[in-house]
Each structure stands twice: as C-alpha cells, then as structure tokens.
Design a protein around this ligand. Structure first.
Ligand code: NAD
Ligand code: DAU
Length: 339
C-alpha cells in the first residue's frame, strides 16, 4: 500500500511516519512537507534511510505539484497532517491559516477525487467544538456537536473538516476525519506549551503562563494518537468522524508545576502573562465511538508520558537547540541542496 503523509516533518506527522514504518513495514510512505518554520527534516533523518520512505518537499496549496505527485506516486491512502497549527500565530496572522488549512486541504481533496484513493483521512482537532465551561466537568466533546471554533486556527480547521465531508457527499470521495485532543511527546516544536516549558526551564528562563493558568487541556501521548489514526484510516467507516482522547485533563498550571518538579527547577520561574485573546477554557474529549467501533485504547498514562517526554528532550538537546537557534532551517539545503 502507498500512503501519502502530508506534514510529515512536523510533530505528529513525523511520529506517525515512525509508527507506520515499524508497525507496517510492508507499506510505502511518501512524505510531502513544505518545511515551513514548523517542519524539520532532521526529525526524519532515520526514516530517510528506510527504502520504503520517500520525502518530497512541496506545498499542499501548489495544485500543479500536488497533482504531479498523485500521478507519479499513486497513493492508496492520503493522511493530511499538513497545517499551520499554532493558535497564537493564527491570532497574529490568520491569512496563512486559511491558505494552508482550507486552500491546501481543498487541493488535496481535488487530487484525491481526480486520481482516486481508497481513503482520504483528514487530521482534525477537538478545537473545532469550541470550549467547555470549567464548572461543568460532566460535559465532553462528542462527534455530533455543532462546530463552534474560537480562533482563526480552529475556524480554518473546522472549514477543512466541512470541505472534507462535502467531497464525500458530493463526489463520493471515501473520507474519514479524526479529531484529537492536545498531543505531547518527542519532536514537538518548542512554541507549544510542554516543550516550551521544558526548554525554558532547562535554560533557567521565565515560564510564561497565560492568564491564571486554570485553562484545561486533555493531553494524549502522541503515539496513542498515531495508533488511533492507523485504525481509523484502515477500518473506520466512510464519511465518519472519530474523536480521539484519553481522559487526561489537567489545567495548565498543574502541567507547568509537574515539569518544573521533574526537572528540579523552582516555581519562581513561573510568570503569569496577559491571557491569549479568546482563550478556550476547557477541552475534553469523549472517545467512546472510537473505542467501541475500532477497539482503540490509549496505552500511555499522563504521569508516565510526561516523564518519557521530558527525558526525550533532555536526551535530544541538540534537536531543540538547533530549532531555538534557527540552524535546522539550513538542514534541507545541506541534505538536498546539490541533488
Ligand atoms: P506541526 O506544526 O508540528 O507540523 C505541521 C507540519 O505541516 C510542518 O512540518 C509544516 O512544515 C507542514 N506544513 C505547513 N504548511 C504546509 C503546506 N502548505 N504544505 C505542506 N506542508 C506544510 O503540527 P502538528 O502539531 O504535528 O499537527 C499536525 C496536524 O494535527 C495538524 O493538522 C493539526 O491541526 C492536528 N492536530 C494537532 C494537535 C496537537 O496537539 N499538536 C492535536 C490535534 C490535531
Ligand atoms: O487541542 C488540540 C490543539 O492543541 C491542536 O489543534 C493545536 O494545533 C495545538 O497547538 C494545541 O493547541 P493549544 O492552544 O491548546 O496548545 P498550546 O501548546 O499553544 O497551549 C496549551 C495551553 O497552554 C493553552 O491553554 C495556552 C497555554 N499556554 C501556551 C503557551 C505556548 C501558556 O499558558 N503559555 C504559553 O507560553
């Protein structure tokens, strides 16, 4: 089976590549990534040595290139991770989010419709449901809830989901969508909360906590997300949406304190800063449908996963130091410049 994985040089896409190469060595993975500031080819260094893996630098919004790739590579399955993903950046500059997340997804859907695939899997997010109040712990996101995005990022992801469903209904494209809660684990870009806290604490720098730190996120170890995607894209029903989450709710200040404690760093590093505009209060996934239909269960408890993640960042200092210094952006030129 040929599987086209877009956004494969990012956090979850790269973890998914490694998951797939190990779990399904018979499949061939073609990775497409524009290597934006968030894409890092160093992350795929080991995968690049695998004969069943091919990397293509390209933009999902570039219709000509995307169609060429479909013509040549003939993917059976497409998994679309490629996106602008940072909420704070979307508040500063919404345009690129619409271009990539909506326009880019539409180009991929067009190509999949034109060339035919057995499955187009769209990677969605729980942020499309909006947020839940802090004082109603009995409420959870369910697949049939109305879309109520808060940020330009989540609005662009909601639009991509709507387009994906429209291509299913109108053109009969076999699609599935998964909507996952916050991921954490190796290779996450250090602008996101957990890696940002780890690297700043390691450097004895202040830790910015938005507002009062009481916002709640539902954390899932990235490999548990990957195993769910693998099941959904193969065995999920056409035209269905599947929530992914593991009931691991924590407020931000608890997560920050846990990391500082693990690293033996003082809480005096915590600095409360002006809140994010439109900051969603609480995310909490109800994953029952995915568990019931596909037998999926997360394997990693937050307490174990956060330790594994911190250890990974400590053992891979050069990976994030290259990012923080900007060096990683020269890597593609070094590897591919003369090819
Ligand atoms: P990321 O920012 O780490 O990676 C995104 C990747 O997409 C990068 O490699 C980047 O170079 C690539 N990309 C961006 N624009 C592109 C374009 N125009 N063409 C080709 N490639 C492009 O993001 P992530 O956290 O790995 O998220 C991956 C997907 O999962 C996204 O669709 C995101 O919405 C979704 N998601 C993320 C989380 C999370 O907690 N991180 C949770 C649920 C869903
Ligand atoms: O829920 C899934 C989503 O999770 C994904 O769709 C997004 O792509 C991903 O970025 C993530 O969005 P969040 O906004 O929840 O993640 P972030 O790491 O940016 O922030 C997590 C929480 O921590 C949020 O409440 C804001 C807060 N925060 C974040 C940063 C970067 C801080 O308090 N300080 C910070 O410096």
């Amino acid at each position: 089976m040929n599987i086209l994985v877009t956004g494969a040089a990012g956090f979850i896409g790269s973890n998914f590549v490694y998951y797939m190469l190990e779990k399904h060595p018979e499949d061939r993975i073609v990775a497409l990534d524009a290597l934006t500031y968030a894409g890092n080819l160093e992350t795929l260094e080991e995968a690049l040595e695998n004969k069943n893996f091919k990397f293509i630098k390209g933009d999902i919004y570039d219709k000509k290139h995307v169609f060429e790739i479909f013509r040549e590579e003939k993917p059976d399955i497409v998994v679309n991770f490629a996106a602008e993903t940072h909420v704070d950046r979307s508040i500063e500059d919404p345009g690129i989010f619409v271009r990539t997340n909506v326009g880019g997804t539409q180009v991929l859907l067009d190509a999949a419709t034109e060339f035919g695939v057995t499955r187009f899997h769209q990677i969605g997010t729980d942020e499309v449901y909006g947020d839940l109040p802090l004082d109603r712990p009995d409420l959870f996101f369910k697949e049939d809830m109305p879309l109520k995005a808060s940020s330009p990022y989540s609005a662009s992801k909601a639009s991509a989901d709507l387009l994906t469903m429209a291509y299913h209904r109108t053109y009969g494209l076999p699609v599935t969508i998964s909507r996952c809660s916050n991921n954490y684990g190796p290779y996450q870009f250090p602008e996101k909360l957990i890696p940002l806290v780890i690297y700043r604490a390691e450097n004895d720098e202040s830790i910015p906590v938005y507002g009062t730190g009481d916002n709640v996120r539902d954390w899932l170890y990235v490999m548990d997300h990957c195993s769910a995607i693998d099941l959904i894209m193969r065995d999920g029903r056409d035209g269905e949406i599947y929530n992914i989450g593991g009931h691991n709710e924590r407020n931000n200040i608890t997560v920050v304190r846990r990391i500082l404690e693990y690293l033996g760093k003082p809480e005096s590093l915590i600095t409360f800063v002006t809140d994010r505009k439109g900051h969603d209060k609480r995310y909490a996934i109800d994953p029952e449908k995915t568990k019931k239909e596909l037998g999926w269960e997360p394997e990693t408890r937050f307490e174990d996963g956060i330790g594994m993640t911190i250890d990974w960042y400590l053992e891979h200092r050069s990976w994030w130091e290259h990012i923080v210094s900007g060096d990683y952006q020269n890597y593609y030129q070094k590897m591919y410049g003369d090819r």
